[in-house]
Ligand binder design. Structure first.
Ligand code: NAD
Length: 227
């Protein structure tokens, strides 16, 4: 049985709230308090957390540093994640230059592009390598995630380079759907081996703008119903 993706999104929100509380030296919170700050119901908070264990004491609420530590553990944010950026144009460079990721032990270990004018340059102290070097690169450096910041028409190829190199997580910024490669085996289409363990997440601020446009025109349709 799975866990709703909305739950995982909310855990990230609760974590951010807990970090804010900790910064203000607030040591205790409750599902009601977290719910109000997250814009959901207390029932939803309890249900989201219950997927992963029991973190509070009935009637006593939660200890902020403990719940924060547990959420970091659940989300896997208490370990380092080595990230490469594929496509070092406007967006790729902006991401590489943005310092926030290092708060969570996400570290950029490699930058890859195809543009000969970029290859060999360095961005934030990291050299830009040719994407053809990715496979060799992962032999010596562990790579957990690849960010795809290439033009949409190049995204599938670039994703294939990441999958071929054995990178299991792809954060796709290109407005295109990444398809795993399939091959025919005994008359059936099957996902090819290099894609079996690959997870793709999409980030698209234009999609957010489109949803926003819809909700500005239809504000009565916006709900905070549990998903
Ligand atoms: P850009 O043209 O400035 O940069 C793209 C880079 O990718 C270039 O340097 C190019 O040489 C490189 N590239 C092309 N093919 C490649 C390949 N096969 N392997 C490696 N590198 C390759 O574009 P941009 O403005 O940085 O936008 C990049 C992508 O991000 C686009 O798909 C754009 O639509 C998208 N985008 C998404 C968001 C978002 O919120 N998700 C925001 C802005 C842009």
């Amino acid at each position: 049985t799975g866990i709703p993706t909305a739950t995982i999104s909310r855990l990230v929100t609760y974590l951010r709230i807990l970090e804010g509380l900790e910064a203000q030296d607030v040591s205790r919170t409750s599902s009601g308090d977290l719910a109000e700050r997250a814009g959901v119901t207390a029932f939803q908070v309890r249900k989201d957390l219950a997927y992963f264990g029991r973190f509070g004491t009935r009637g006593m609420g939660y200890t902020v540093p403990i719940l924060k530590r547990e959420l970091l553990r659940v989300l896997g944010l208490n370990q380092t994640w080595n990230v490469v950026i594929v496509g070092v144009g406007r967006l790729g460079q902006a991401i590489a230059n943005y310092p926030g990721a290092s708060d969570y032990q996400f570290q950029y270990v490699g930058l890859f592009d195809v543009n000969p004018e970029l290859v060999g340059q360095s961005v934030r102290g990291l050299p830009v390598r040719h994407v053809d070097e990715l496979r060799d690169f992962v032999r010596t450096t562990r790579v957990d995630m690849g960010f795809l910041a290439v033009p949409p028409e190049r995204a599938q190829d670039a994703a294939q380079s990441l999958a071929d190199a054995g990178v299991r997580g792809i954060l796709n910024f290109a407005p295109t759907v990444i398809q795993p490669r399939t091959l025919e085996r005994s008359g059936q289409q099957e996902i090819s081996d290099e894609w079996r363990a690959v997870i793709v997440e999409n980030v698209d601020f234009l999609a957010g703008m489109k949803r926003l446009a819809f909700y500005i025109l239809n504000p009565h349709l916006k709900t905070v119903e549990p998903e």
